[in-house]
Write a protein that binds this ligand. Structure first.
Ligand SMILES: CCCCCCCCCC/C=C/CC(=O)SCCNC(=O)CCNC(=O)[C@H](O)C(C)(C)COP(=O)(O)OP(=O)(O)OC[C@H]1O[C@@H](n2cnc3c(N)ncnc32)[C@H](O)[C@@H]1OP(=O)(O)O
Length: 269
């Protein structure tokens, strides 16, 4: 039976509930107010995946503390507005390495999407093997609307999940899908009425994975995900440099500025 070695209480932005009976780790994202992804958060998430691997986790469920509100609001606008070049490089590298690591974990992975998951907020669910949504949330890769060209690995994750035709239409129109629509196109695999039911469904998915030999399953997963993994590994230095220069471009910085202002106005700040 698996047992826990790592000290999961050291993590600031996640709560890890490790079930020693079945080896399933439920990881609740809790970076207030909206689980936006910063360099520190990504560093923590990457280190968490390594700890879970060492503890021979049998399955991982991601969910959010901000139930029925937001799963993750995507990349942190505020951190990415006028960053230093070193910070921009570090951020892009952390985003790439965390997403790669999550896409090829030895253990099966599920996202319980209990709130909105726009743009970069969709990355964790797309890297997971299975997605369960709650009602009344939006999910999708709407980056083109911000003037952001998706990295190839991210388009590839979307293609793997919903097929090329749907992915082309979704990405080119920058659509955020309602939960019902996301279910129709396969962006989520199931819808659940509550987080509790969603967690039960997630556990059922992970239990099904247990009947397959672990190392055989990993071989098959890496084989089936080869097109995505190749995109992650293709010309990494050049890809990161492209993303850094996109982030630093006037167009993207102006777009971030405009979005920060919209969010401020919304709150009457
Ligand atoms: C920019 C990158 C360029 C290079 C890229 C290279 C490759 C990258 C590939 C992936 C790219 C991804 C791009 C992104 O992810 S950009 C972020 C996109 N996200 C959004 O557009 C979501 C914006 N937020 C919302 O729509 C809403 O906040 C919400 C998530 C639906 C929640 O709504 P709710 O009404 O509950 O809450 P508020 O709107 O009042 O917000 C509460 C506070 O949270 C702050 N906030 C919200 N979103 C973000 C964010 N993304 N980053 C930082 N902070 C965010 C908001 O300002 C409020 O803060 P306050 O309390 O201080 O006022």
């Amino acid at each position: 039976m698996p047992y826990v070695c790592a000290d999961y209480s050291k993590y600031k932005f996640v709560n890890v509930c490790w079930n020693s009976e079945n080896g399933i780790a439920t990881v609740t994202l809790k970076r207030p107010p909206v689980n936006s992804l910063t360099a520190e958060f990504l560093r923590e998430l990457s280190s968490l995946l390594l700890d879970l691997e060492k503890d021979e986790t049998q399955g991982l469920i991601f969910t959010s503390e901000f139930d029925e509100k937001v799963f993750s609001a995507g990349l942190d606008f505020k951190e990415l507005y006028r960053p230093s070049i070193d910070h921009a490089k570090e951020f892009m590298s952390l985003l790439h390495s965390f997403s790669f690591r999550l896409s090829c974990t030895a253990y099966p992975t599920v996202a319980v999407i209990n709130g909105h998951a726009p743009a970069g907020g969709c990355i964790i669910p797309l890297c997971c093997e299975y997605r369960i949504g709650l009602n009344n949330f939006n999910i999708g890769l709407n980056e083109l609307k911000f003037g952001i060209l998706l990295p190839d690995w991210l388009s590839s994750l979307m293609i793997h999940t919903i097929g090329s035709r749907n992915a082309e239409q979704a990405i080119l129109s920058g659509t955020l899908f309602s939960s019902e629509h996301a279910l129709r196109i396969g962006l989520v695999d199931e819808i659940a009425p509550t987080k509790e039911v969603a967690l039960e469904k997630a556990t059922a998915f992970l239990n099904k994975a247990k009947i397959v030999n672990r190392s055989l399953r990993l071989d098959a997963k890496l084989h089936l995900r080869r097109p995505i993994l190749q995109e992650f590994q293709k010309d990494i230095e050049n890809e990161l440099a492209k993303n850094v220069s996109l982030l630093m471009s006037d167009k993207v910085q102006q777009s971030l500025d405009a979005h920060i202002k919209i969010l401020k106005e919304k709150r009457g700040n």
